[in-house]
Design a binder for this molecule. Structure first.
Ligand SMILES: O=P(O)(O)OC[C@H]1O[C@H](O)[C@H](O)[C@@H](O)[C@@H]1O
Length: 607
């Protein structure tokens, strides 16, 4: 989909400007912010850790080392910075972990765990069933290097899909594939319908990489909120006739996505348009969505593979950008290293383990200082929380693992919640994402002597990093030269691998999501109950005279007295949407309510 908005076109390749990183002036900035005495924060860190470590953590040195507090001597910090600085020359990407306080002892003690984690990832890449509950291989790494796929037919499948997507994108952009009844004679808009991993990745990439004036503009329907859906369709207006609707769902049966599709199809019907001439499906072969698209003869169908999880499907069909794949593949190569200091994903996993005590005791705050990376935190929220948030470990022990992720962007957040990060409850560590290039060359100007707009953003990032550290708030900094398809691909791959390694460190399955099913099942039960409520109300409303019912009567006739609260919520919702009428009382006093339906449906009554 991003390919269709002009992202498939090759972008200038990244050339690192220098081999050595420009060192942030942390000393200068830390002088600018008042610092608290160390002893105070040392105490609080030690206290938090001892409580959490008693749960599951076996890394004894973690507790001991944390009691030491963070390094504050500027010279020692500088040595630590240089010592631990990771650089990927070709990608122009740096990772600074110096503001995470792990000790050498901790690193040594973690070594055997990393050994096992590296081995697990190697096995995964070779096609092991790395998702044991679902009996599936985990192959998102093959998408950016098909030769790695363990079977030749998988290699062919990946390459063929990639070629087909790129060709389709070219044909749409050039107007070779066009909508039947658009005055423009070509597609001008994309409406993407999908949720979770089938929305967050495309949204992030579209926000990060779409050019100012893309050949096709992208909109998203990523919820079953009728108001939101109506808004997207209304904004398209007459351009619905030149909208390519891309429906993305790996399973092909997600209700929110199905609802979005049905709503969009209704809008097409009402506008006198033939949806099948403008619809594209991206889904597993033979899924409900795939079969629908095939039978209805949609414009195109592209496969999503069984061995790619939704949240790691960023590089699969739909987001076909060869440059992104190159960036991801380069990062994959780097993160295969079994030398900790040479492996940025392992360094990240190490920092997470240290900062969160291996039990998720701290939240991960993602702060990109670049508007176009705004959605990176939302994207990572799913990748990290759905992968790591698990009740049981691989041996069946209850561990309730996870790391909470939130964030928006700097310096905007400076004016929102950074106050609490600096001074309030100490339950987080920060990841700064720094982008060195402010603007394309030749566009910069000094809005005051010696200072550009971008210098302010840079100052805010460095100042915040220093001010937080001065108050014992740890941080990681990832630096890229520019936001390009290549660097975005590299960032995605970096975090995918870090999540995989961290999952091994804490012995959980990162590739399934059993908890999501519970909510979906419960939602299904609510809708089934609603149908029974409607039938009971319909029967009472078909009487002459109409018999308004109390909540208790409805619950009894539904044979669900224990569900009276849910029945109340169903009726409240129906009343707010004029689908149930209130005869007596009001929703503020549930026991006073008497309800009926405005119309009697005889067909249903005798069905
Ligand atoms: O792509 P779909 O099959 O429609 O799934 C969409 C989403 O559904 C579930 O909520 C899963 O937990 C997500 O991982 C997935 O991305």
């Amino acid at each position: 989909m991003a390919a269709l908005s002009g992202l498939c076109s090759s972008s200038p390749s990244l050339k690192p400007k220098h081999d050595r990183v420009v060192i942030p002036l942390f000393r200068k900035y830390s002088l600018a912010f008042p610092t608290r005495s160390n002893s105070c924060s040392k105490l609080s860190v030690a206290g938090e850790v001892s409580a959490d470590l008693s749960k599951t953590n076996s890394v004894g040195v973690l507790k001991k080392a944390k009691q030491g507090g963070l390094e504050k001597d500027p010279k020692a910090l500088w040595r630590r910075y240089v010592d631990w600085l990771y650089q990927h020359k070709e990608l122009g990407l740096y990772l600074d972990v110096s503001r995470i306080g792990f000790s050498d002892e901790f690193v040594a003690e973690m070594e055997p765990r990393f050994h096992a984690a590296f081995q697990a990832i190697e096995d995964l890449e070779k096609g092991a069933i790395a998702n044991p509950d679902e009996g599936r291989m985990v192959g998102h790494y093959w998408l950016r290097n098909a030769k790695l796929a363990p079977k030749p037919f998988l290699q062919v499948q990946i390459e063929k899909t990639l070629d087909a997507i790129c060709k389709f994108a070219d044909d749409v952009i050039s107007g070779k594939i066009k909508p039947p009844s658009s005055p423009e004679g070509r597609f001008t808009q994309i409406l993407s319908v999908g949720i979770g991993g089938s929305a967050l990745g495309p949204q992030f990439v579209a926000e990060a990489l779409a050019p100012d004036n893309p050949p096709l503009k992208i909109r998203f329907i990523d919820n079953t909120d009728p108001g939101g859906i109506d808004h997207q369709i209304a904004q398209l207006g007459p351009e619905l006739a030149s909208t390519l609707v891309i429906v993305i769902s790996k399973s092909g049966g997600t209700p929110e996505t199905r609802n979005g599709l049905l709503e969009v199809q209704k809008a097409f019907r009402e506008a006198g348009l033939d949806f099948s001439k403008q619809g594209v499906a991206i889904t597993q072969e033979n899924s409900l969505l795939d079969n629908t698209a095939r039978i209805e003869g949609w414009v195109a169908r592209f496969p999503m593979f069984d061995w790619v999880g939704g949240r790691t499907s960023e590089m699969s069909a739909g987001i076909d950008i060869r440059e992104m794949l190159v960036g991801a593949s380069m990062m994959d190569n780097a993160t295969r290293s079994s030398v900790l200091k040479d492996n940025p994903a392992a360094l990240l996993a190490l920092c997470w383990y240290w900062a969160c005590d291996g039990v998720g005791s701290k939240d991960m705050v993602i702060l990109p200082y670049k508007d176009s990376l705004l959605l990176f935190s939302r994207y990572l929220q799913q990748l990290v929380m759905e992968s790591l948030g698990k009740e049981f470990d691989l041996d069946g022990n209850r561990v309730n693992q996870g790391i909470s992720v939130y964030g928006n962007k700097g310096s905007t957040d400076q004016h929102a919640y950074i106050q609490q990060l600096r001074e309030g409850v100490h339950n987080f560590f920060v990841t700064f994402i720094e982008v060195l290039r402010d603007r394309p060359p030749g566009h910069d100007w000094e809005l005051e002597p010696g200072v550009t707009c971008g210098d302010y953003l840079f100052g805010m990032l460095q100042g915040t990093r220093s001010a937080l550290y001065a108050n014992d708030r740890e941080s990681v900094t990832v630096t890229v030269q520019e936001v390009t398809p290549r660097s975005v691909g590299a960032l995605v791959a970096l975090y995918e691998r870090a999540v995989g390694l961290y999952a091994s460190l804490v012995n959980i399955n990162a590739y399934h999501q059993p908890g999501v099913e519970a909510g979906k099942k419960a939602a299904g039960e609510v809708l089934a109950l609603q149908k029974r409520v409607l039938a009971v109300l319909n029967e009472a409303s078909c009487k002459d005279p109409v018999e308004p019912l109390t909540l208790e009567e409805v619950a009894e006739r539904c044979h669900a007295p224990e569900d009276i609260e849910m029945i109340y919520k169903i009726i409240e919702h129906m009343a707010a949407n004029d689908r149930a009428l209130i005869a007596e009382g009001d929703c503020g006093s549930p026991n006073s309510l008497k309800v009926f339906l405005g119309e009697c449906n005889l067909d249903e009554l005798y069905a």
